[in-house]
Ligand binder design. Sequence first.
Ligand code: MAN
Length: 521
Amino acid sequence: MHFWKRFFDHFSFILLLNLFNEIIGSEVLRPRGVSLSRAPLYNPKNDFTCFDRSKTIPFSQVNDDYCDCPDASDEPGTSACPHGIFYCVNAGFKPMNLASSRVNDGICDCCDGADEYASEPKCINNCAELGQFAREKELQREELLKAGKQLREEFSQKGIQEKQQRKEKLLELEKNKEEADRVKAEKERLKNEAEELENTALDYYRKLEEEQNKQKAETEALKLRVEANAAFNKYDVDQDGKITVSELQQFETFDKDKDGKVSEEEAKYFLNDQEEADSEKFVSDAWNRIKPYLMIESGAFREKTDPDQEAVEEEEEFNEEEKTEEDADDEEDSVKEQQEPEQQEEIPPPIEYDEETQKLVDAATDARNEFSNAESAVRDLESEIRNIKEYLEKDFGPDEEYAPLLGQCFEYVDHEYIYKLCPFDKTVQQPKSGSMETRLGTWGHWSGPDHNKYERMSYERGQACWNGPQRSTIVNISCGSDNKVTSVSEPNKCEYVFEFSTPAACYEIPIEYQESAHDEL
Ligand code: MAN
C-alpha cells in the first residue's frame, strides 16, 4: 500500500513537472511546498540528501507522505514531518511559509489554495484580489512617503537651523559670560575695598552701641531688682525676710483660676514650687512668675516670650471663651491699643553717623549693589547657557527632523479622556469632565529597536498609579502627512500606548525591516 502511494505520488509529480514545463517554460520546477531558493536542492535526476546530511534517499521518497529526514527536508509538501515547512507561491500576492502541519488540514492558509491540494471543497485562489489590494495600499504608502519625505526634509532643515542658531548664540553668550565674570570679579574687589573702609569707620559706632546696650541691660536689671525688692517687702507680711505660701495666699493676685481663693498650690506655683523664698530666691526665681500677673492686673503690656507669661495667656484665652463676643472684641481692641505704642518703641532709632562715616557706608552700599547686579548678570548668563546646552544635547533624530515638535502638544480625545502628547516633554491625561490633569510620563528616551531607535519614545515616572507603579507611556511613531496622535490605549493598568504619525518619520525603511519583508527559505 505504502509503495503504491509513493509510486503514484512520484508519478503524479513527474506528470506535474511536465505540465509545468509546458505551461510556464522558464519557471523553475520543484516539488510541492519548496521555495524558489531551495529548488536546486531537489533534483529529480539524483537521489535526495537530507539538508542535515543525515541520509540519502531515492528521489521518489520526496513528498511521499513519509518522513525520512529528521530535519523534515524530504517532505516539504506534506504534513508527514512534525516540523516541516510548506512554501506557498501565492502568485500575484506574496509567498508564504507555513508549518507543514497545516497542509491539508481543511483550512485554506495560502491564498492560492496550494496547502489544501487534497482537501474538498477546493480553496479558491484569491491571490489576485489580495495582490491588487496590497498594490493599492503600497501605492498609497509610496505617495504618503513621497509627500512625507518632502515635509521631513523641511522639518530637518528647520531643526538643523535651530541647532545652528543656538550654537552661534552659545558662542556669543560664552563670550558675554567671560566679560561678565571679569566685571563680577572687579565689582567684588571694589566691594571688599569699600567694606573694609566701612568696617573700620563703623567699628567706633559698634563699640558705642555695645557700651550703650550694656548700660541699658544693667539699668534694666537694676530696675527689675528694685521692683522685685518692693514686691518682696509687700508680700513678706510678717517682715521676717522670707515669703511663705500662707503669706502669698493673702493676695488675690495669685488666684490663678479666679475661684475666689488662693489655694496652696496656686501660691506654691509663684514660689517656684517651693514652700518659701528668701529675698535672693524671690528676686531670681519667683519674681519671673509673679511679674506677668502683676502686669496683667495693672493692664500693662505683657512680654510675649516669657513662658510663664504664655501660661497666663492661655488661661486668659480660656477665660475669654466664656465671655460674650462683644466683650472679646472690646478686649481685643484694648490689647491692640496696648501693643501698638509698645511695638513702635521696639524699632531702634536709625544710627546717625558723622558725615565721613555716612559717605563710606553709602559707598559700600553702592558697591554691594553693583556687585549683586554683576552677580545676577553672571547667574542669568549661566542659566541661558545651561538651557542652550541642554537643547543642543537633545537627540532630535538623525537629521534633527523631530526638533520642530518640541514646544508643541498634540491631543487625542476618546470617550472619557483628553490625552496630550508634548514631544520631549510629557504625556498627560485629563478627564473630559475638566478635572485635574494626570501626568502619564515625562520624556525619557528613544526606545525603538536597534535598527531604528527613533520608531518609539518612552515617557517615564508619571503620576503614581493607585496601589501600583508610576504611570508610563510608549509612543509608537509612524509616517503620516501631518503630526497627529491617531490612537491611545492602556493595554496594562497605568501603562499607556500612544500611536503618533508625523512626517518626521517618513523615510525609506531598509527592505529587511519592512513589514512585508519576506524570507524565502
Ligand atoms: C485613572 C486613569 C486611568 C487609570 C486609573 C488607575 O482613572 O488614570 O487611566 O487606569 O486611574 O487607577
